[in-house]
Design a protein around this ligand. Structure first.
Ligand code: KG4
Ligand code: ZN
Length: 369
């Protein structure tokens, strides 16, 4: 009897939902593992630096200028031509609509011109499926997405099924890191600047709140913490003219410890929910720029050790926004989905779990679900 070996495909991924223009090629079998042949990410940080946040119009224009170049670079890096591509996957939402439209239009144009199948992908599914690409993590696993634009706990049961256990009701944690860094005179992006300053700080000098820990659910809030940091800063300034480097370090350390405590305690609660499913190899995965923070990572690892759960964090380049995760998500979903037609539209909001109530948070990087 002849065994049918599923054909391996080359999937081109395109991502433009926020402030990174990205293209990548992933090689693998539908529903199987994947190999990243190339991954190009062109950031826009310096274009937005003067405005204190991502400006959607500027982001959209920069995507239009850079998308075709990144696709070309991804092909060159993989040593392939467009003829070698078997499918085109593109982020169809959620995100800043101008950017998402730019990517979707390019993908549709390429699909129409080449006759290759088109796959619209949910950006959050891309993040949530990354541990399968990088670590082969077994379903079901618990995912904590923490970046400048996202903050949610998801149970991933298969490539199509994600249950949201909770998320932020206002700012994403990365957004709070960026805002607090600005308030206390540190550079952008605020996460690394705060982490660095906090190394010389006393996290106990200032009493900052741990929002929503009194609520026995998995929802989070970081906006009040940011306001508390602002009040603390103003109180110091009212006593003397400005902040000393030690004041900055102590405030940075206090803020970082508060975020780490909230994420750790909410992870404990989310893990309790997840463990009710009796997973074979229970795993907590983290993704997003905030997962780069050593204090936060160590706290999450400690919670996992306490609860005898594995801990996985994909390499940072695949943890933050990229197009390999979009190509891989299409590949993973392919056995149970059809390609999209030219009716594929870009969506600013696109919840992964449509059965959970809509989250309120918008933030500087657009809608969070
Ligand atoms: O995932 P990402 O590159 O982009 C999106 O937000 O989609 O995450 C960037 C965010 C920024 O807000 C940045 O300040 C934060 O992640 N971040 C960190 C650290 N490195 C980056 N936050 C805390 N500690 C860090 N070391
Ligand atoms: Zn993202």
């Amino acid at each position: 009897m002849e065994l049918r070996v599923p054909k391996k495909l080359n999937i081109l991924g395109i991502e433009s939902s926020c402030d990174d223009t990205a293209a990548a090629i992933v090689h693998g079998c539908p529903g199987g593992t994947g190999e990243v042949l190339s991954s190009i990410v062109v950031g826009q940080t310096n274009l937005h630096a003067a405005f204190g946040g991502v400006v959607p119009e500027i982001a959209a224009r920069a995507h239009v200028e850079k998308l075709d170049v990144t696709v070309r670079q991804a092909l060159v890096q993989a040593d392939l031509t467009l003829q070698d591509i078997d499918g085109i996957a593109v982020t169809a939402g959620p995100g800043l609509i101008g950017g998402v439209v730019s990517g979707v239009m390019l993908a549709k144009g390429m699909a129409a011109a080449t006759g290759k199948p088109l796959y619209g992908v949910n950006h959050l599914a891309g993040h949530a499926l990354t541990p399968r690409l990088t670590d082969g993590t077994k379903f079901p696993y618990l995912m904590l997405l923490v970046s400048g634009g996202h903050c949610q706990f998801l149970i991933a049961s298969n490539p199509h099924e994600f249950r949201r256990l909770g998320g932020t009701i206002d700012d994403a944690p990365g957004e709070a890191f960026d805002k607090v860094a600005r308030l206390i005179g540190l550079a952008q992006p605020g996460g690394p600047a705060i982490e660095n300053a906090a190394k010389n700080g006393d996290s106990k000098r200032f009493k900052l709140p741990r929002p929503l820990l009194d609520r026995n659910d998995c929802d989070m809030s970081f906006s009040g913490l940011k306001t508390a940091a602002l009040r603390t800063r103003d109180a110091i300034i009212s006593e003397r003219i400005g902040l000393t480097p030690q004041d900055q370090a102590d405030l940075a350390a206090g803020f970082q410890a508060a975020v780490a405590d909230v994420l750790a305690e909410k992870s404990r609660r989310a893990l309790r929910e997840y463990l009710k499913l009796s997973p074979q190899n229970p795993t907590l995965c983290v993704a997003g720029g905030v997962a780069a923070n050593y204090t936060i990572r160590s706290e999450l690892k400690r919670v996992c050790d306490e609860m005898a759960v594995g801990f996985a964090a994909p390499p940072l380049a695949l943890c933050t926004d990229n197009a390999a995760m979009i190509a891989y998500a299409a590949l993973a979903q392919m056995p149970d989905r059809l390609p999209d037609d030219m009716g594929l539209s870009a969506k600013p909001r696109m919840p992964l779990d449509t059965s959970s109530p809509t989250m309120l948070g918008h933030g500087k990087k657009g809608a969070k679900a």
